[in-house]
Ligand binder design. Structure first.
Ligand SMILES: Nc1ncnc2c1ncn2[C@@H]1O[C@H](COP(=O)(O)OP(=O)(O)OP(=O)(O)O)[C@@H](O)[C@H]1O
Ligand SMILES: [Mg+2]
Length: 394
């Protein structure tokens, strides 16, 4: 392979959300559902939940819409506070309509942008002791509180959305709101929900898994802390991809250089990625990046070199006792999935008193070394790092 070819191949494995539909592997039913949603629903909010790197942004990118629907994707970059997030959203929305063919919308979008810029300027001088705030309609006013900004931002958002909804059928995709905190996420959703209550606007919001689980709980118990089931029409959970799907993603990127990834190396990457396309893509990228263009073939040991620091870091952080270590080595003999009974029986046969066997097992579950496989507590498996460590390194 010459250097140019090598660079091109490496570049294919850059971690970047998918932009074109033909490069997005499967998930057809999710795409289909969201496309229907954008046409037939009125004023609904749908969520896309899933772990980091599972494909939420990519999915938002590839949803296509009928001509009459305008799709806008807004990626929230400010995460400091609720007000910063809302301002970020408002500003980006206004930017989208600043060149609108409709005069009134264009005017409101300009007004919104002016308002935000002025308020940001006042914010800076407030830090220097002056206390002016900016009213969305009246301009600079004296001595108001932070709460006043929030109300104004909400009002600005509402004005803009009201006008937009009179002329456009909108599919508003909001990405990257908050990756960790359920509380922050909910505060924002609440504000958005109240400001964007118009027939012609549907919203899709990407979210961390924790929101989804809370949503399910709400449906089951009718009594969740955040009442998500009343806000979201539906939340689509993006499951990890199958090994075949991840393999298809990698094989497509490899183009005519399929030999670069031999089957046994691929198996290791699939084990390690466990259905997460980002981890697969990144692992190839990082491994390939260490190779020479004249000898790009990825051997197992090359991949292990890249992932070993992660595995070792994981092992060290586990802080296992001798007993736990000993037990793990025994349980590893049971294969990839096992029941609690089979594991504790095995420990007992190896001189562990029954109560110790149970205790050690529970401790390993608590430390997330052993993980419930189906949520029904019957089958357990090793944490993926441990599994890879035992299978390839250990
Ligand atoms: N269905 C798919 N087909 C092909 N590639 C995919 C697919 N899903 C995800 N990817 C790839 O996986 C990586 C992660 O995808 P993406 O950035 O969309 O995930 P995300 O869920 O938005 O992540 P984050 O939580 O960090 O925002 C990207 O490199 C993307 O190209
Ligand atoms: Mg994303």
């Amino acid at each position: 392979m010459n250097l140019n070819e090598f660079r091109k191949l490496l570049n294919n494995f850059n971690d970047f959300p998918v932009q074109e539909k033909n490069k997005f592997i499967d998930r057809e039913s999710d795409v289909d559902l969201l496309e229907k949603f954008s046409i037939f629903y009125k004023n609904k909010i749908v969520g896309i939940a899933g772990e980091r790197g599972i494909g939420k942004t990519s999915l938002l990118n590839v949803i296509s819409t009928q001509e009459e629907v305008t799709k806008i994707i807004i990626s929230i970059e400010e995460k400091e506070s609720k007000i910063e997030i809302l301002i970020d959203l408002l500003f980006k929305l206004a930017e989208n309509f600043i060149h609108s063919e409709y005069k009134e919308i264009k005017k409101t979008a300009e007004k919104v942008i002016k308002f935000i810029i002025e308020e940001k300027t006042e914010e800076r001088s407030r830090k220097g002791g002056l206390s002016y705030f900016v009213d969305f309609n009246l301009g600079k006013v004296e001595k108001k509180s932070e709460r006043f900004i929030l109300l104004n931002v909400k009002e600005a958002l509402k004005s803009l959305m009201k006008e937009v909804s009179e002329k456009y059928k909108l599919l508003l995709c909001i990405d990257e709101i908050d990756k960790e905190s359920l509380h922050n996420f909910m505060v924002i959703i609440d504000s958005i929900k109240n400001a964007v209550r118009f027939e012609n606007i549907n919203i899709i919001i990407s979210m961390p898994p924790v929101v989804y689980f809370n949503y399910l709980e709400g449906i089951i118990t009718k009594n969740s802390s955040y009442s998500l089931e009343n806000i979201f029409q539906e939340i689509i959970y993006l499951k990890p991809l199958s090994n075949e799907q991840i393999s298809t993603i990698m094989r497509k990127k490899l183009m005519k250089y399929q030999d670069v990834l031999p089957a046994d190396t691929e198996e290791l990457i699939l084990d390690y990625a466990m259905g997460n396309p980002r981890i697969a893509v990144l692992t190839v990228f990082n491994t390939l990046g260490r190779k020479k263009h004249t000898k790009p073939r990825l051997e197992k040991k090359d991949v292990l070199e890249v992932i070993m620091p992660v595995l070792i870091h994981y092992m060290e952080n586990l802080d296992l006792t001798d007993k736990e270590n000993q037990s793990l080595k025994l349980i590893a003999k049971l294969g990839t999935a096992f029941t609690k009974n089979s594991a504790t029986n095995l420990l007992e046969r190896n001189e562990f008193p029954q109560s110790t066997a149970y205790m050690v097992f529970d401790k390993l579950v608590e430390k997330k070394v052993l993980i419930e496989k189906n949520n029904n507590g019957k089958l357990y498996e090793f944490n993926k790092y441990l599994y890879v460590f035992f299978k390839y390194g250990g």
